[in-house]
Structure formats: structure tokens, C-alpha cells
Design a protein around this ligand. Structure first.
Ligand code: PLP
Length: 343
């Protein structure tokens, strides 16, 4: 990867140096940051580089801490990656259609053009179609696997073909990887200097409320992200609670993920046989995309029954589709009962 992928102003940037980053040892008194000195557990600023959290995450993910960026949700990493590479009004990104809506929103906020390249009708990735759309101003290609809202894993061979034939950064968003039958690309990260992998604590890890997401990449990329992020982007409360939950929760999580995958199968088997359903798309995630004969009516009916699902019928090739998150067995039962009762 060539450093010129980054905007010149970003490469020239002298980052803000916070009080907490200039002094990292154990001191007797901290009179450097204009904090209130009286202890209440949050009177001090958080560690800007999240060393404790970064250490435990890199152990869990079997990567080096220097290859890990921690953001205020992976949404922050998406925004920073666009800002680090794309000159407003000049550069552009490529996303698949359909995919996660935040990519386009983040690009629009940064005045960056988005080329949407359709997935195949079965929502598989066509790498040549993506590569055909690359031009001199294309800085990023964003792929989501398993893809939101369709739920399918993108084919590894197609992803690698893009990584190997594109000069800019390829971002693979693995927000749902824990639910997938395919392994993460993370173990191959060192082979691909232009690859960025996004993961999050918001889905399988059960910490959406903490707002913590990860970018894994070569240390050149990670250093740039850390130099442009707001210095205290992850709060003391979020860092501490994430460390605590990551230490205590791991067996629970494995069980929960297994149960969610079981429930996904149960729900799928039910939906396939339901008279209102046209098609159930295969899912590698914790949600299922389902095409209904009359999706608007079903959506309104479920809402009236107090069951909130996502209407995705306006997305490309998703006509008539609703997206169901897999809930607890009791919640899924309520959904199934409601659909059985409807006629
Ligand atoms: C939910 C989701 C995320 C998670 O974003 P956070 O900011 O980490 O909560 C990222 N990408 C996709 C595709 C998602 O669906």
C-alpha cells in the first residue's frame, strides 16, 4: 500500500497531544489536565489509546495491539477512514447495493461521492463488476460480509480478487462474523497491506450500548486513524465496562451465539412454510431477510401487535422484504405466533 492513499493534509497533520498521552507513567499527583481532583470514578479523562482494552481485545482476536484501532462504534472507524483518504468533492468510494446504509451517509457528510455497484440478484459479490467501476479517484471499496441487510456471506474468492487488484483500501465489515459459518479474514490480515477489517462489540458481544468498534489493519493505517480520532473517543465507563465484560462473559457469549444460530434455523424453517412468505434468504448473521407477498400489510400488522421489524423493501432487489433480527426463543415464538394468526 502506498502512503499517498491518505490526503496530504492528513499526512502533514501534527495531532493534538493530550495531557494524558504526554505522560503515561504512575505519578503522585496529576495537575496537568484541569480535571476536578476529587475522586468519583470518572473525574479523570480516559486513556486516549485504550491500552488495557486494546491488550485484551488483541489477545482475544490474536492480533498485535498495533494492528488494532478502537472507535466509538465501528461507525466512527468508517467515518475516519473516509476522512483520512477522500478529498471532499474530488474522491469517491465504492459500496455494494444493497449494503449497510452508514457507508453512504458517512460519505455524504464528508462530501464524498458514492458509486453503488449492484450485488448479483442472489446477493453474491461480483468482483469484476466492482473493479470495472474503479477510477483514479476511487479511494475505498467497502464490502460487508455477512452483508446487512441480506444476511449472506460474500464469497472469499471474490473479496480477495478485489483486494489483489485495487490500489486503494478495501474495507471488509465483519460486524456479524461471529454468526457466520465462514471464518474471519483477520488471520490473513498480514498478507494484505490494503485490507481493513471492521468488527464491533455491538452485535454478538452484546454491548451495543457501550459504542465500541474495531478496525484491524497494518500499523501505517492504524497510526493514521489514531492520529485523527478525537483524543478521548471512548469514555472511561465504556472502556472499563468492556474490559470487565470481556473478562467475565466469554462462556456466556459462546452459548448465546449458538442459541441465536439455532433460533435462526428454527425461524427459517418456520418462515419457509408460512403461506405469506415468498422467499427466505439464507443467513450467516443474526437476522433473516424475508420476502412476503404483501410486506407492507404484514409490517403494519406486526407493528400493531407490538413486534417491530425492519422494512427493507425499498432496497435494491429487496422488493417485499422485511428483516427480522433473531431474538430470544420467547420473542421468536411471539413473531411466529403473530404470523400464524394473520390471515
Ligand atoms: C450494526 C453494524 C455495525 C456496527 O456499528 P457500531 O457502530 O459498531 O455499533 C457496523 N456495520 C454493520 C454492517 C452493521 O450492521
Amino acid at each position: 500500500m502506498n502512503k499517498s492513499i491518505f490526503r496530504p493534509n492528513i499526512l502533514a497533520l501534527k495531532p493534538y497531544s493530550s495531557a494524558r498521552s504526554e505522560y503515561q507513567g504512575q505519578a503522585i499527583c496529576y495537575l496537568d489536565a484541569n480535571e476536578n481532583p476529587y475522586e468519583n470514578r470518572v473525574n479523570r479523562y480516559p486513556d486516549p489509546l485504550q491500552m488495557e482494552l486494546r491488550t485484551i481485545v488483541s489477545q482475544i482476536k490474536k492480533t498485535d495491539a498495533s494492528n488494532l484501532f478502537i472507535g466509538n462504534g465501528s461507525d466512527e472507524a468508517i467515518d475516519l477512514l473516509i476522512r483520512a483518504t477522500c478529498n471532499p468533492g474530488v474522491d469517491e468510494i465504492i459500496v455494494t447495493d444493497p449494503s449497510y446504509g452508514m457507508y453512504s451517509v458517512s460519505a455524504a457528510i464528508n462530501q464524498v461521492k458514492v458509486k453503488k455497484v449492484p450485488l448479483n440478484i442472489d446477493f453474491n459479490l461480483n468482483s469484476n463488476e466492482i473493479l470495472k467501476n474503479v477510477d483514479d479517484n476511487t479511494k475505498l471499496i467497502l464490502l460487508c460480509s455477512p452483508n446487512n441487510p441480506t444476511g449472506n456471506e460474500l464469497e472469499r474468492k471474490e473479496i480477495l480478487h478485489i483486494i489483489n487488484n485495487f490500489q486503494g483500501l478495501v474495507i471488509v465489515d465483519e460486524a456479524y462474523i461471529e454468526f457466520s459459518s465462514q471464518p474471519s479474514l483477520l488471520s490473513e490480515l498480514s498478507k494484505y497491506p490494503n485490507l481493513v477489517i471492521l468488527q464491533t462489540l455491538s452485535k454478538a458481544y452484546g454491548m451495543a450500548g457501550l459504542r465500541i468498534g474495531f478496525a484491524f489493519a497494518s500499523n501505517i493505517i492504524i497510526d493514521v486513524l489514531n492520529s485523527i480520532k478525537p483524543p478521548y473517543n471512548v469514555s472511561v465507563v465504556a472502556q472499563d465496562m468492556a474490559v470487565q465484560l470481556l473478562r467475565s462473559q466469554s462462556e456466556n457469549l459462546t452459548k448465546q451465539v449458538k442459541e441465536i444460530i439455532n433460533e435462526r434455523k428454527k425461524l427459517t424453517d418456520f418462515l419457509v412454510l408460512n403461506e405469506h412468505v415468498i422467499k427466505v434468504f439464507p443467513s450467516d448473521a443474526n437476522f433473516i431477510l424475508v420476502r412476503f407477498k404483501q410486506s407492507e400489510i404484514i409490517f403494519n400488522y406486526l407493528t400493531k401487535m407490538g413486534i417491530i421489524v425492519r422494512n427493507r423493501s425499498k432496497e435494491l432487489n429487496c422488493e417485499g422484504c422485511l428483516r427480522f433480527t433473531v431474538g430470544t426463543p420467547a420473542e421468536n415464538m411471539q413473531l411466529m405466533n403473530a404470523l400464524l394468526k394473520y390471515n
